[in-house]
Every structure is written in C-alpha cells, then in structure tokens.
Design a protein around this ligand. Sequence first.
Ligand code: CP
Ligand code: NVA
Length: 305
Amino acid sequence: MKDLLTINALTAEEIEDILTLSAELKKKQKNRQMDCPLIGRTLGMFFEKPSTRTRVSFEVGIYQLGGQAIVLPVSDLQIGRGETIADTARVLSRYIDAIVIRTFEHKIVEEWAGHASIPVINGLTDMHHPCQALADVFTIKEKKGSLKGLKLTYIGDGNNVAHSLIEICAKTGVDISLACPKGYEPDKKIVKDAIEDAKRQGSSINIIADPIKAANNADILYTDVWASMGQEKEHKKRLKIFKDYQLNKKLLKSAKPDALVMHCLPAHRGEEITEEVLEGTNSVIFDQAENRLHTQKAVMLRLMK
Ligand code: CP
Ligand code: NVA
C-alpha cells in the first residue's frame, strides 16, 4: 500500500488492519497515552475545495503522532501559475513525507500519485472519498460490534461518498441498498467491480428507485448532500429532483428500530435530512465525524512509518 486513492485498491485484510489499528489509536488518545511514531515526518495538504473535517482531522492527527503538517494553498504554490503537477509532485517528494489531496477530477490524484515518490492520500475527488468510508465502517463496527451481514441503505445522490461506501461495504461483507433518483445512480463500473468483491464476501449490492423499500429493515441509513462541491449551479434543479429522497422520520420507520443514522457532513437540514432525524437518538453523525481523526491516524501510520 503506497497510496490511498480508492477503497477498491485496498484488500479486505488491509481494511481490517486499518480498523483494528484505528481502535487502538482511539483508545490511546482517550487514555492520553501519547507516543510519537511519526516524529520528524511532514504531511503536506493540498486542497482545491473547502474542508472542515478532512483538513482539521489530518492536521491534528499528524501532530498527535509526533509529526507536522504544512497546508499548501493552491494560490500560494507555483501550480497556480501553471507549474505542472508532475514537477510539483517530484519536488514536494524531496521535502515532505506524504500528501493529502482534495480536488475535482479523480485523474488529478492519479497524476499526483504517478509522479510523487511519497504516499498520496485522496482527501476527496469528484468520484471517491476513501477516508470517509474508512471512518464510516469503523463507526458502524464500533456501534454494532461487527460488520458482516448488516444492511446499509444509502439515500440520495450516487456521488463520491456513495461510491466509496459501495466499495467498502463490498469488501467488508455489508449488504448495501441505494435509492437514487433516475439519472443520479452510482457509476456503473464502480458497482460492477464491487459486485465481484461482494460475491466473495457473500453480501449484496442493490440499486432500488423507491427509498422506503430500500430502507426496509436497514441497520444503517446514510445520506449525503444533493449537490456536491462543484455542482453548486445545479442546486436549485436538484432540490426538485431529490425531494422524495430525504432521510426523515417516515424513512426511519421503515428501518430497524435501532438503525444508525449517518451523514458524512456538512449537512443541509431540511434537504437531504431533517433536523429531527439528524439530532435524533438514532444519529451517530458526530461520532462518525470524530472517527475521521482515528482512522486517518491509522492510515498515516501505515503509509508513513
Ligand atoms: N466529510 C468531509 O469530508 O467533510 P469536510 O468537507 O469538512 O472535510
Ligand atoms: N459529496 C460531498 C461530500 C462532502 C464531504 C461533496 O463532494 O461535496
């Protein structure tokens, strides 16, 4: 494992190992047992889209492991004036020990990884959000005890978060059902590849148009924004298209009584999720956000040590 660009590039064993290590790191942090396995190491952070959780949890995480972070705003780098990714990646590889990239097209992180000799971590692209998916299954395992045989229902846009969830559910034996409006289903190739992994784990992937049917008997209900970063101009149009794909009380009734409510955040209350469900007793959304810190520390340890 040199980079973390997609969940699909990880084996089931590597995911299991990251989850185990994340639990150890979380326990250590709660007990204030600090050691510094990444002392002297530097993490670069190159973000072409806004971020609260990813940026802060990586920055705090590397400090807690004894290393340091440098935030590299596009506007401050020569890349903003046309220096190539290839040259920037090769130069930065001489100074820093790993880099987190948040960008638009997925091929941009692949280009970074192709030229960098250091690990490249995908902090979100238009197609994938692997760091989020690791924290998500870690949270589910923490709350439910195990993963295999659970049913996760994702409601809304077949976007980056949905893609990484599909891949991680397939690799960890979680059944996933997705309810998306017509034309907003997840990428066909990602689903096709994940079906192979799901077969190996004895789990299933279902794309269902009706959200209530999709949520039937679910152990986890998950949603994300209707318009992702970069799709702001489509927001108004999407409000109409997605209006029946809201995580609300009615949908929650279709799931198991102890179903977990999850959202990667940031949330748009009253759009993809109602205030009462987001703040309700089934919600584990803020634990899920916290767990970004613990799982990303595990990723950094595996890639940078
Ligand atoms: N969930 C997530 O990645 O949040 P940020 O956009 O705040 O990093
Ligand atoms: N799908 C959202 C996730 C934000 C963390 C986006 O890409 O904007």
